[in-house]
Design a protein around this ligand. Structure first.
Ligand code: XMP
Ligand code: MG
Length: 194
């Protein structure tokens, strides 16, 4: 286990088994259709890479990058699009893939924004859900795991850009996000990619 981790929340094996089942469920639900899978950079990249390879239906991929203004471990709800989709989604079946739904503010903004573009359908698949912290009710169609209110990293999830490449999902030691770390520019607040 990584030295900055307090404990393993979900092992790589547990995650991959769940991702496989999500892929099967999504493939059944969209049988006969083609999906546009929209990954939210950067946190969802690793989850999306595994998920799309578990789909048995045709799928195209696109990405969005959003930023949220607030301290790096929490989002404020003030969301800005840093990178938009490359294609018009009018009339397409769209599945948004997220790493984690926390307050729900990011996803709420995203749902409203994408709905105005008239997709044939819009659903959301998140790897993790922290319902205890929800500030706005937002629909989540597929959820990998419901987790307690703890800050987690690994399998794409970061703290200040780090730990995304770890294979397991780990609970980060509290002291890691309360101490000023080298290479962070001493910045506790500001605009952060989600
Ligand atoms: P909201 O609050 O808008 O936040 O639902 C979604 C974004 O907040 C980040 N987030 C986390 N990132 N470990 C992380 O690495 C966590 O435990 C965590 N909780 C929230 C994440 O960027 C997500 O997209
Ligand atoms: Mg993040």
């Amino acid at each position: 286990m990584h030295q900055d981790a307090e404990r393993v929340l979900l092992t790589e094996e547990q995650v991959l088994a769940r991702v496989r089942r999500l892929g099967e469920e999504i493939s059944r639900d969209y049988a006969g259709k083609e999906l546009l899978v929209v990954g939210i950079l950067k946190g969802a990249v690793i989850f999306m890479a595994d998920l799309v390879r578990c789909l048995t239906i045709p799928a195209r991929l696109d990405f969005m990058a959003l930023s949220s203004y607030g301290v790096s471990s929490r989002s404020s709800g003030v969301v800005r699009i840093l990178k938009d989709l490359e294609q018009d989604i009018t009339g397409l079946d769209v599945l948004v893939v997220e790493d984690i739904v926390d307050t729900g503010l990011t996803l709420n903004y995203l749902r409203e924004n994408l709905c105005t573009r008239d997709p044939a359908s819009l659903k959301v698949c998140t790897l993790l859900d922290k319902p205890e912290r929800r500030k706005v009710a937002v629909a989540v169609d597929y959820n990998g795991f419901t987790i307690p209110d703890e800050f987690v990293v690994g399998y794409g999830l970061d703290y200040n850009g780090r730990y995304r490449n770890l294979r397991d999902i780990l609970v980060l030691k509290r002291e890691v996000y309360t101490r000023p770390a080298a290479g962070d520019g001493g910045c506790a607040g500001g605009e952060q990619g989600v």
